[in-house]
Design a protein around this ligand. Structure first.
Ligand code: NAI
Ligand code: MG
Length: 488
């Protein structure tokens, strides 16, 4: 916790242009406490859990498990800080948020390595996507802090109070940024709970927040598993819950707070349809298919996990796709050549394997390239399922892994019907040369985000969120401010 009790991790086979040699050692403390009221503290529970590296099973650190009493302390600290924080001139709040963004940039390399170590994602993704986008999110909302009167003309905007935020393990730092930045810009104080398999970058963010001189108690970070999250949800002095994670837990949270005055936003699962028309630039589309499903091992709520290819080009696209799959490198997340890293946890690997068995037993034809997987750790090769239909469970249910179902279609109406035949409504992709088709589909597809001739592109200025079982509320852009304010 104090830096003296830390271990060093040597990073091999990863060069970073701007980084001096001396930074090749990343410090991870052996033990982390809870970040409450501006400092790291022992949990009253005295309990710790381990976070491991999913690529080899090694323990990275012990992390405090916050009990109900610990969560209560964090909420009290947030409540105490609320008056001061919400009363600051808005431009002062913006300056603090800007400073957090700058500090993330300064420590980007360290954060990227830790993100890949703790969660298993390829370093190329942590370095080029997760960490820069996290910094951008803080920059973007720092800019909104003193412009709320322009965002909501003629209305007097007030913060809600104390926000409880619960985040998942697939984009640990980025999800922390998505949650914290708009809450802070609008004058709320926060208790954030990271996921139990990936708490480390949130704890590094706690250090950054401490170093940014943000007033004590404005952000509190309590680590732990589901029970810690449930304590936060139940706490009577929390005004708002923002949750990203499974649909099952989302529904449970909704039930728990029903009848209270707590506000809620839920960002849950998905089963994105990725639609390839015969007039698309096919090589580009094949790259898009690969990125849509294998980005972050498929641990992505908006992953393009259902592929629909127009029948006239289906054989060609599938053969190109198989060739591309054969060239994907599955392995060490810290190797800059890795395309698919480690599956985040044993539990998630079991879920994925279970779905692969279900897919086979339902009659799907599996295709997996012949790749050598590392002996230790959690791994899954890129997987295609051909010959599947709408009623198959692997087409309907979220797998959250590198598994793609492939279906064909003849007409635009048929594919709209198939794409919308899902309990989820988060994302979709459309690949075509015709702008008219894109506009038609963006209207017809029941998805919060529709990408055209691209996939998995994120930007702080764009709202993100779903329909149906994918949840409600939007994050990002002007829309992302709304879940954290009330009008006077
Ligand atoms: P989860 O929903 O259990 O975990 C997400 C977060 O919720 C974690 O921080 C966890 O500690 C917390 N949590 C768990 N139970 C809670 C409770 N009762 N009250 C409050 N907080 C609670 O997700 P899990 O089990 O890790 O993954 C299961 C499936 O969920 C995945 O296979 C995937 O389908 C989906 N998922 C979707 C995500 C998304 O981005 N929408 C992210 C993570 C998982
Ligand atoms: Mg871990």
């Amino acid at each position: 916790m104090d830096g003296t009790d830390s271990q060093e991790v040597f990073i091999s086979n990863w060069e970073y242009d701007q980084a001096p040699e001396s930074q090749d050692h990343i410090k991870i403390d052996k033990r982390y406490g809870l970040f409450i009221d501006g400092k790291f503290e022992e949990p009253k529970s005295k309990k710790y859990f381990q976070t491991t590296d999913p690529a080899n099973g090694k323990v990275l650190a012990k992390v405090a498990e916050a009990s109900e009493t610990d969560v209560d302390r964090a909420v009290k600290a947030a409540r105490k800080a609320f008056k001061k924080w919400s009363g600051l001139p808005a431009k002062e709040r913006g300056k603090y948020i800007f400073r957090i963004a700058r500090l993330i940039q300064e420590r980007a390399r360290e954060l990227a390595v830790i993100e890949s170590l703790d969660g298993g994602k390829p370093i190329r993704e942590s370095r080029d996507i997760d960490i820069p986008l996290a910094a951008n999110h803080f920059f973007y909302y720092a800019g909104w802090a003193d412009k709320l009167e322009y965002a909501f003309p003629g209305r007097k905007v007030k913060p809600l109070g104390v926000a409880g935020q619960i985040i998942p393990w697939n984009f640990p730092l980025l999800m922390a940024a998505w949650k914290l930045a708009p809450a802070l810009a609008t004058g709320n104080t926060v208790v954030l709970k990271p996921a139990e398999t990936t708490p480390l970058t949130a704890l590094k963010l706690a250090e950054i927040i401490r170093d940014s001189d943000l007033p004590n108690g404005v952000v509190n970070i309590v680590t732990g598993a589901g029970e810690t999250g449930a304590s936060l949800v139940r706490h009577p002095d929390v005004d708002k819950i923002a949750f990203t994670g499974s649909t099952a837990v989302g529904k449970f949270i909704r039930k728990t707070i029903a009848g209270t005055s707590k506000k809620l936003t839920l960002e849950l699962g998905g089963k994105g349809a990725n639609i390839i028309f015969e007039d698309a630039a096919l090589d580009q589309a094949v790259e898009g298919i690969v990125n849509a499903i294998f980005f972050n091992q498929g641990h992505v709520c908006c992953a393009g996990s259902r592929l629909f290819v127009q029948e006239s080009v289906a054989d060609l696209v599938i053969s190109k796709l198989k060739i591309r799959l054969n060239s994907l490198f599955v392995g060490d997340p810290l190797d800059k050549n890795t395309d698919i890293g480690a599956i985040n946890s044993k539990k998630q690997l079991e879920t994925i394997r279970k779905y692969i068995e279900i897919g086979k037993s339902e009659g799907g034809q599996i295709y997996q390239p012949d790749c050598t997987l590392p002996k230790k750790g959690n791994w899954c090769p890129p997987t295609l399922f051909l010959g599947v239909s709408q009623s198959h469970r692997i087409v309907q249910e979220e797998i959250f892994g590198p598994v793609l179902t492939v279906q064909t279609f003849r007409t635009i109406d048929e594919v709209i019907e198939k794409a919308n035949n899902s309990p989820y409504g988060l994302s979709a992709g459309v690949w075509t040369d015709k702008g008219s088709k894109i506009f038609h589909l963006t209207k017809k597809l029941k998805a919060g985000v529709v990408w055209a001739n691209t996939y998995n592109k994120f930007d702080a200025t764009s709202p993100f969120g779903g329909y149906k079982e994918s949840g409600f509320g939007r994050e990002g852009g002007l829309h992302g401010l709304k879940p954290y304010i009330k009008f006077e």
